[in-house]
Design a protein around this ligand. Structure first.
Ligand SMILES: Cc1ncc(C[n+]2csc(CCOP(=O)(O)OP(=O)(O)O)c2C)c(N)n1
Ligand SMILES: [Mg+2]
Length: 389
């Protein structure tokens, strides 16, 4: 099968590791290589732990859903490489707006993954660890495709205007003058989401106001059953060039490429050089969600080809080339499995929320329709007591 990574028309995507995991920079990787100079083997080992930890959690959640313990699960298997590289590229002060599949990013930003499992068990309407409202500046999972691009761009505009104000400039006309903000925003979305009006409008605002922002499109080839080739007749990174953003395509299963390009683009954004766009070529190995059966629309050969480019196996090979031995990998997997088991045990023992909480947070003021519904539920629940008597 022809490599999906290279159309023959565009430059090769940026990558440092080849399909097997050997160090072999290609595309314009050399331009970004200095971003990796300060990254040592201990960092790469941490990235490996991030990836296997996320995958073990993800696998456990798929099982939990199949056993009826979660309402739905959205797997990230196969996409851990770009997620870990990009999340590790961000600074603590940066803000990250996810879609709904960014479990590795959540983990790195300090969100207890139990929160994500609880969301899909229907125990919470959203929001992470209440004990840590900052949550590593990791915003809510967003199922309305593209809405987060608007939230992120608005946030980034706020970062820019705050910086201007700090510098004594109160004009609302942001942009073009290179105001350094010191913090940036990164937003994640999928290939299918690039077709949403919201996502395109966000690019216009980002370009007009030169927001300190990095757009990340994880092109996992599919929007449920619609292939990316239907969504766009041109590589997605090229669309962003048309909006006037710096834009590149990376091998999204190479965490080194994701880190190096993410780091550079975030730095440029924070220092007043405007927004960037990264198209990460990756693949959704599993189903879209547990409600989906990808064998209905994907060919087995495509899946197999991408399984051979697994980001975890590639990083393992690279680590071994740096002298890392079996003991480390054994320990990383054992820890990941232990953590996943902890999540399983914990999620099963979390209490069900009070049904009344469904009504409590809809409006800040009392509302007659909500009261009506609350009373209906009370009557409905007490009807069971009558039957029991
Ligand atoms: C506005 C809106 N339209 C449709 C949907 C239904 N929907 C949920 S996920 C999805 C596909 C998204 O594909 P992509 O952006 O490639 O992200 P991926 O799931 O592949 O990560 C669709 C159509 C939705 N959630 N929101
Ligand atoms: Mg997709």
């Amino acid at each position: 099968m022809e490599s999906p990574l290279h159309s023959g028309v565009d430059p090769e995507p940026i990558r440092f590791l080849d399909d097997a995991g050997d160090y072999a920079p290609s595309g314009t990787a050399a331009e970004f290589a200095e971003e990796l100079e300060a990254v040592g083997v201990e960092d790469f080992k941490q990235w490996y732990r991030d990836m296997v930890g996320t995958r073990a959690f993800d696998t456990e959640c798929t099982h939990l859903q199949r056993q009826g313990q979660l309402a739905l699960w959205v797997p990230s298997v196969g996409q851990e490489g770009c997620q870990v590289g990009l999340a590790r590229a961000a600074e603590p002060q940066d803000h990250i707006f996810p879609a709904y599949r960014e479990h590795a990013v959540a983990k790195i930003r300090g969100v207890d993954l139990l929160n994500i499992a609880a969301l899909f068990r229907g125990l919470t309407h959203g929001g992470w660890d209440v004990t840590d409202p900052a949550n590593g500046n990791f915003h809510l999972y967003t199922l309305v495709l593209g809405a987060q691009t608007q939230h992120a761009t608005g946030y980034a505009l706020g970062q820019l205007l705050d910086a201007k104000r700090r510098a004594g400039d109160t004009a609302l006309d942001a942009g073009e003058d290179g105001t350094a903000t010191g913090d940036a925003t990164m937003v994640f979305y999928g290939d299918g989401t690039t077709s949403q009006g919201d996502a395109n409008e966000a690019l216009i605002f980002a370009a007009s106001y030169q927001t300190p922002e990095v757009f990340v499109v994880q092109n996992n080839r599919w929007a449920i059953s619609v292939p990316v080739t239907r969504q766009s007749r041109t590589p997605l990174y090229r669309r962003a060039l048309g909006f006037g953003l710096r834009s590149v395509q990376i091998d999204g299963n190479d965490p080194l490429a994701a880190y190096a390009v993410g780091r550079r683009f975030l730095h440029l954004a924070r220092t007043g050089r405007g927004p960037g766009y990264i198209e990460a070529l990756t693949y959704r190995i599993g189903a879209h969600t547990t409600s989906d059966d990808p064998t209905r629309y994907r060919e087995a050969g495509e899946l197999e080809m991408w399984q051979q480019r697994d980001p975890i196996e590639r990083l393992e090979r690279y680590l071994r080339s740096l002298g890392v031995e079996d003991a480390f990998f054994d320990e990383a997997h054992a820890t990941a499995d232990r953590e996943a088991k902890r999540t399983r045990d914990a999620i099963l023992s979390l209490p069900a929320p009070d049904a009344d909480s469904m009504f409590a947070y809809v409006y800040s003021e009392p509302h007659p329709r909500i009261e009506e519904q609350r009373e209906w539920l009370d009557r409905y629940e007490s009807s069971f007591e009558e039957v029991a008597e």
